[in-house]
Design a protein. Structure first.
Length: 552
């Protein structure tokens, strides 16, 4: 079996690339290990805690013991399903800050500054403001990816933005537009009450073309002959087969699996490959390194009124939400319930936001466990640009063995300073008048936890991943020894091979990573097709005029 292009991974970037290549008349085979994304657990936005905790849809990765987090092994979910992690994520749509991409450009990813990538964000979006304001000039209106906002009817959701304003933060009508900094409404990849994943936006339309096919199989390695990628070895029903690529192989297998596949194929740090008896094709010390993520904690409060979503947290309530969604695609099940947010600067002298807050009108964990207190609400808060770096490495040369994932979370003093500040700023917002009718007391960390030492103990025990791994196949200049791909996503040192997914991020972006991952697929597809990049869009983002001297 062969095609012009073979893509490994039907995730956020892979689906976008398949769509653009098929649209251009190229023949494409997409290899995906996971199965169908059909079924209410994936399609119902309000059920988001289910798919990321189901073996059927998730690779089930866990980190190595993290020494700065009480040696806990944290969950690292990655989508093993059509649509990849866009089918199991929280559906939050955040482009990242303009300065994130300018930093990429300045670090050697030429052509990836904000002016370069903004037209691609506009190309991929079908943005629906739903009468909630926004910046139309900055947004796209006819792209494959539908982006909407929740109803924002819950009084707690409204109280968060009002309290943020009372605390002195500006309100932003569209953090994906002119101004990210401040508090305001969240965008989500939901359309007509259903999850709008990369599978729906890109892969299904791509598969309508006769020249695009989906192959179910487990990718074992890239087949390389004379320093050129010529195919992918896959396992299907215990048989080893080969899918041949006439032009190129593209890895879009995630920040965990893309570096793993490169190393199994002989591309990576030579000492590490030798250790596992793998023949070296290209010595690229950066493969698997530069691993980054966002960590967060939940600041939870008990509510003095029964206004939270906890009223649905029983058999009857869940039956009502599920039945209403199945019949009408409306009601609480039609939203991810992350409908208000904040992007704040932790202190004066920080140029653009370095803390993100997800507000949720219920006190509940990602695994679906509600707080014992009943009605409540919470803010997930964490730093955006941790200096900590980890690595993805091989445990053995057996493709079936999970890689070793070590984030080295909280290994810098700056992490602790930023986290403490984030918790204190959330507490300050919760103490504003807008929350007075609803606020009862703090559940966690708890009113007693005031000192740095007590907050550090809380962070060590309760910090969780926001599930944003990236950076393990860094994009950069060809002469950068730690770069894995060049600014056109070509693997340095091997012909006919590209990587295009969140692994190529030089540095993690502000906020959730689904939107930047799809962006990578969109922009990479133009590089693959040899197209002239879209014209630059020189809109200037808002930066606090007194950022050097003021925190808000």
């Amino acid at each position: 079996m062969n095609a012009d292009y073979v893509i490994v991974g039907a995730g956020s970037a892979g689906c976008a690339i398949a769509y653009r290549l098929a649209e251009a008349g190229r023949s494409v085979i997409v290899i995906e290990h996971g199965g169908s994304d059909a079924g209410p657990f994936i399609q119902m936005p309000g059920a988001l805690s289910f798919p990321m905790n189901m073996k059927r849809y998730d690779w089930g990765y866990r980190t190595e013991p993290e020494p700065h987090l009480n040696n806990r092994r944290l969950a690292c979910p990655r989508g093993k399903v059509i649509g990849g992690s866009s089918s199991i994520n929280g559906m939050i749509y955040v482009r990242g800050h303009a300065r994130d991409y300018d930093h990429w450009r300045d670090q050697g990813a030429t052509g990836w500054g904000y002016a370069d990538v903004l037209p691609y964000f506009q190309r991929l979006e079908s943005w629906h403001s739903g009468g909630h304001g926004g910046d139309p000039d900055w947004r796209g209106t006819d792209g494959p990816l539908h982006i909407t906002r929740g109803s924002r009817e819950n009084p707690l959701t409204q109280a968060f933005v009002a309290a943020g304003a009372q605390a002195g933060y500006g309100i932003t009508g569209d953090y994906n537009g002119h101004r990210q900094e401040g508090v305001g409404p969240f965008d989500m990849t939901v359309w007509k009450g259903q999850r709008w994943s990369a599978a729906k936006a890109y892969l299904r339309p791509a598969l309508k073309h006769e020249n695009c096919n989906l192959v179910k199989g487990f990718a074992r390695r890239v087949v390389i002959e004379d320093d050129r990628a010529v195919g992918v070895e896959i396992e299907q029903d215990r048989q080893i087969n080969e899918i041949r690529a006439d032009v190129e192989v593209i890895l879009s297998a995630s920040a965990i699996n893309s570096p793993k596949l490169l190393m199994l194929s002989g591309i990576g740090p030579s000492d590490h490959l030798r250790e596992h008896g793998i023949d070296i094709i290209a010595d690229r010390p950066g493969v698997g390194r530069n691993l980054q993520d966002h960590l967060e904690v939940y600041v939870q409060a008990a509510a003095s009124q029964p206004v939270s979503l906890y009223r649905y947290w029983n058999l009857l309530g869940k039956a009502y939400v599920g039945a209403r969604w199945l019949l009408t695609k409306t009601g609480p099940g039609s939203s991810n319930q992350f409908e208000s947010c904040g992007f704040l600067r932790s202190r004066a002298g920080v140029e653009y936001p370095d803390l993100q807050i997800h507000f949720l009108p219920i006190a509940v964990r990602y695994d679906g466990q509600a707080a014992a207190e009943g009605h409540g609400f919470q803010a997930h808060v964490g730093p955006m640009r941790s200096p900590s770096r980890g690595a993805v490495t091989l445990k053995s040369a057996d493709p079936r063995e999970d890689p070793r994932i070590f984030f080295n979370y909280m290994s810098h003093e700056e992490d602790w300073i930023d986290f403490r500040q984030g918790i204190r700023l959330v507490r300050e917002i919760f103490a504003q008048d807008a929350f007075k009718p609803f606020y009862k007391h703090e559940i966690q960390p708890g009113d007693a936890a005031q000192s740095d030492e007590m907050l550090d103990d809380f962070i060590r025990e309760y910090a969780e991943s926001a599930y944003h791994p990236c950076g393990t196949c860094k994009m950069g200049a060809v002469d950068d020894p730690m770069a894995v791909v060049d600014p056109e996503c070509r693997v340095i040192g091997v012909d006919g091979l590209r990587v295009a997914d969140s692994s190529i991020f030089p540095r993690i972006t502000n906020g959730n990573l689904n939107a930047p991952s799809i962006l990578v697929g969109e922009k990479a597809s133009d590089h693959i097709l040899g197209k002239t990049p879209l014209p630059m869009e020189n809109l200037e983002p808002w930066i606090h005029p007194e950022w050097r001297t003021k925190q808000r």
